[in-house]
Design a protein around this ligand. Structure first.
Ligand code: ATP
Ligand code: LTN
Length: 333
């Protein structure tokens, strides 16, 4: 809470491309929530340094992500939108919270286990500490709700534990946040291996849809999407993960229930089904792509928004950090 307003906070790391999974699992919900709450969204550019980045590309990508946030419907005049690295309080609060987090808790995190298996040559301390920085992001802004995909639920639970631990050790300091996980789009799967989540950094371009892919490319990717050897549309996550994933995507976009969609496709084959899913996704993403193309050519405008976002975020963050420093007994001057 800030004043009498409930706060929504979320972030995405600027890695790979923003996918249909990120859009349906997170960004679409951000837009919805931003109409009702004080909303703060960041580009988690410190987080993504846990994996090696090429500096010049990284800078470009972060800017592109910011433009994509706006293209998805977020309004920088209504929500606070900024880069994590522009608000130094994130790193500072993370340090304090490190002293309230146990190594055992961090080493149990699924994302840590997955990422360390994937980057065996670079299992750095940042990878382990990642959820503490995420807790700092959220707690700095006294967030009530954190809209994320289901894969981030575990990090949210840890954030809550850290907040409660700190509040109990001193006095109520942090709002204890709740995850906001939209039902249908909480997990969208890869188009090539529907047992794996659709991931921003998947090296197989056919496995993901970028939210700024051209219509042609989107149609091609859906045509190539892995299904199964049956020829009827029905929902069964275990036996028909590919078809079920396409049904989820279609349901998220059209707002129709899975049952309604299954009825609509009765007697129709996979070719028709994939064509419809592809067309619906193209239709949904057309305005996003158009708005993005307009924005990305106006860099001065984007930088002015980013600066304004950093100032607004900093104003809130420094208040919380000052309170925390005082509570733990650091000398105030
Ligand atoms: P990476 O592959 O680089 O780890 P990612 O695709 O998992 O990235 P994140 O930056 O970790 O993306 O996530 C951004 C937001 O999108 C988070 O809220 C996350 O929960 C959500 N999200 C990511 N992938 C999916 C998915 N496949 N389905 C639904 N939501 C998703
Ligand atoms: N860890 C998240 C990205 C992220 C985030 C956050 C999400 C960083 N800070 C704060 C919500 C709130 C991820 O990997 N998807």
């Amino acid at each position: 809470m800030i004043g009498d307003k409930k706060v929504v906070y979320s972030a995405v790391q600027p890695t790979g491309v923003i996918t249909l999974g990120n859009y349906l699992g997170a960004l679409k919900n951000w837009v919805k929530l931003s109409e009702e709450y004080l909303s703060i969204f960041s580009i988690a550019d410190l987080h993504a340094l846990t994996v090696r980045q090429v500096p010049a590309e990284y800078r470009e990508r972060a800017l592109s992500f910011y433009a994509q946030y706006i293209a998805c419907g977020l309004d920088p005049e209504k929500s606070i939108m900024y880069f994590q690295s522009h608000v130094h309080e994130h790193a500072e609060l993370a340090w304090i919270l490190n002293c309230f987090t146990y190594i055992g808790e961090l080493s149990r995190m699924t994302q840590f286990k997955d990422k360390s298996a994937k980057h065996q040559d670079n299992i750095n301390a940042g990878l382990l500490d990642y959820p503490v920085l995420m807790a700092a992001d959220i707690l700095l802004y006294q967030a009530d709700y954190v809209p994320v995909g289901v894969d981030q639920k575990q990090h949210l639970e840890l954030t809550r534990d850290i907040a409660i631990r700190f509040n109990n050790a001193y006095s109520p300091t942090f709002t204890v946040p709740e995850p906001y996980i939209g039902q249908a789009g909480s997990k969208i799967f890869s188009l090539q291996d529907p047992t794996k989540k659709m991931s921003k950094s998947d090296p197989d371009a056919n496995a993901t849809i970028s939210i700024i892919d051209s219509a042609d490319l989107i149609m091609k990717k859906f045509k190539r999407a892995v299904t199964d050897s049956d020829s009827f549309v029905s929902y069964d996550e275990e036996k028909k993960p590919g078809v079920s994933n396409l049904l989820t995507i279609l349901s998220c976009i059209t707002g129709k229930s899975i049952d309604t969609l299954v009825n609509e496709f009765e007697g129709k084959g996979y070719a028709d089904f994939k064509q419809t899913v592809g067309e619906c996704v193209c239709e949904e993403l057309k305005p996003v792509r158009e708005k993005y193309n307009e924005l990305i050519n106006n860099k001065d405008y984007l930088y002015s928004l980013i600066k304004q976002g950093a100032e607004s975020a900093h104003f809130i963050a420094q208040k919380t950090l000052r309170k925390v420093y005082k509570k733990v007994g650091l000398t105030q001057i």
